[in-house]
Design a protein around this ligand. Sequence first.
Ligand code: ADP
Ligand code: MG
Ligand code: MG
Length: 249
Amino acid sequence: EYRLEMRGVSKSFPGVKALDNIHLNVRPGSVHALMGENGAGKSTLMKCLFGIYTMDTGEVYVDGEKMNILNPDDALHKGLAMVHQELQPVPARSIAENMFLGRYPTINFGPLKVIDHKKMESEAAKWLKEVKLNVNPNELLQTLSISQMQSVEIAKAVSMGAKIIILDEPTSSLTENEVSGLFKIIRELRQKGVSLIYISHKMAEIREIADDITIMRDGTYVGTWEVKNISDGEIIKQMVGRELSNIYP
Ligand code: ADP
Ligand code: MG
Ligand code: MG
């Protein structure tokens, strides 16, 4: 049984069919790479998954149960979390507050009265340790590096019991050391049974971290493979739809 199944997802915008009958089957405790050239529809597929866009057709199942996901907060409560390509934290709030924002419908931009601050801080500290982030939860989020903010987002997802975490080009602004740190966290999450969807253009990263790969091209589903069963050259060929081995390293 799959952790996540997307079946027959289609989505059109005026003048463009962004997704045409897309399938995505993610195994429990696996890292699933989603690859395709710019404009292939990867981000649109994830936005459909999180209810940011309404799909024209298609169904979503989590652990075999059909889900109707209304918006990203709803997704979070149903076990799906997204770590964005462009992070969307509230920089002038503390790390702990950012981890608790959006968790309760009543919390908005007023004072966070719903939960006890001391309790919130100790909770936050516990989950930050889980992602090996050695920071004071009372610090403002804006004091952190991009990599550290990303870890806060992952900690938040984990603290909410996320079963599926989506990383959209997570390494685009990370140093080599930060990438190693992120991969260590990903491996530990996978070990604990969390499934991750890893969107990236970087072949070496896919090789290193992903178990399975789904390739999209021009809004269509090309196929799904175990990474160990498909060569770099074949991945590129499937992404662009023809032999083009000199373009990508
Ligand atoms: P990828 O993430 O693989 O680079 P996208 O999902 O961003 O691809 O885009 C897929 C296609 O859908 C592109 O042709 C893009 O221009 C189009 N698209 C995405 N979002 C919108 C939108 N809100 N309105 C119109 N077209 C869109
Ligand atoms: Mg893109
Ligand atoms: Mg994208």
